[in-house]
Design a protein around this ligand. Structure first.
Ligand code: SF4
Length: 282
């Protein structure tokens, strides 16, 4: 529950972020914890296969998935009809491999439902980062691994005000089994997720449920007032799914960190810098 005190704190943090962004001429965050966020799972395609990727089970199961432009239009139509507004985030898979990237972003940008658009990327297919795309989005958050620093430097140089870098050399691995004492849930990911004409109560449950072999209601079909009932759905999956999810703080604390070297030819010097004996190599 968001209390009055929390509200003041959230506003203060956002003000600081805005001032910092202006001073640094670059985005400092893409999370809006007190405002609605909608992740669009736009493609299962990815150049990497990071063992820690929480979405890998969905990516494997629906390996050919590319969000159709008609799906985007439906999401926009029912969001506007229901008077919903979202901070949209393109995820996957690797969103820069989405076949309808430019058209999809253009449609979202033009919608009354759009508060902002960000893209979560591995910064490998940077040819897809055109001036036109960058103009339409608020932020491209790139994950820094051991092997994509050159591409990130290029992007930062060209678009300093739109590129946000998140260090992902080290990762907390998602568990394959339920973690003990994972309840009560402290979820740090308030997003919804749109995938295959369904709106999911959270962005991770679909992939986790595939890995765990758990079958339960996780989503509403896209339609008018599609958010109704999603809080209850989220609550109902805590025992089975949140106890296997690193967005749940008790689970996160219980898991080991591993070094991400899923890309080929990581730079040996950077590898040595990050290597610690307790890291498990792939
Ligand atoms: S902790 Fe639960 S609600 Fe939060 S992202 Fe993970 S599975 Fe979803």
């Amino acid at each position: 529950m968001v209390t009055k005190r929390n509200n003041v704190q959230i506003k203060a943090v956002k003000l600081i972020q805005r001032v910092l962004a202006a001073l640094l001429s670059r985005p400092v965050s893409i999370y809006y914890r007190d405002e609605p966020m909608m992740a669009l799972y736009v493609t299962s395609s990815c150049q990497l296969s990071c063992q820690e990727c929480i979405m890998s089970h969905l990516m494997e199961k629906a390996s050919q998935y590319q969000m159709d432009i008609e799906e985007v239009k439906l999401l926009i139509h029912y969001s506007e009809l229901s008077k919903y507004k979202f901070h949209y985030r393109l995820t996957g898979g690797e969103p820069l491999l989405w076949k309808h990237l430019l058209e999809g972003v253009r449609l979202l940008r033009l919608s009354d439902s759009c508060m902002s658009i960000s893209i979560i990327s591995n910064a490998i297919n940077i040819d897809a980062v055109t001036n036109e795309l960058v103009e339409m989005v608020d932020c491209i958050r790139v994950s820094r691994y051991l092997y994509n620093t050159k591409n990130i430097a290029l992007l930062r140089k060209k678009y300093p005000h739109k590129i946000l870098v998140a260090g992902k050399e080290k990762f907390i691995k998602n568990p394959l089994e339920k973690v003990a004492k994972a309840l009560p849930v402290e979820c740090n990911n308030p997003e919804l997720m749109f995938y295959n004409n369904k709106v999911y109560a959270c962005p991770h449950s679909k992939s986790i449920s595939i890995q765990a072999g758990v079958s339960m209601i996780q989503s509403n079909d896209i339609g008018e007032n599609f958010k109704e009932g999603l809080d209850r759905i989220r609550h109902n999956m805590e025992e089975e799914l949140c106890s296997r999810c690193i967005s749940n703080t008790p689970v996160r604390k219980a898991m080991e960190k591993i070094l991400n070297i899923s890309g080929s030819n990581p730079n040996p010097e950077r590898l040595a810098k990050w290597y610690k004996p307790h890291f498990r190599f792939k």
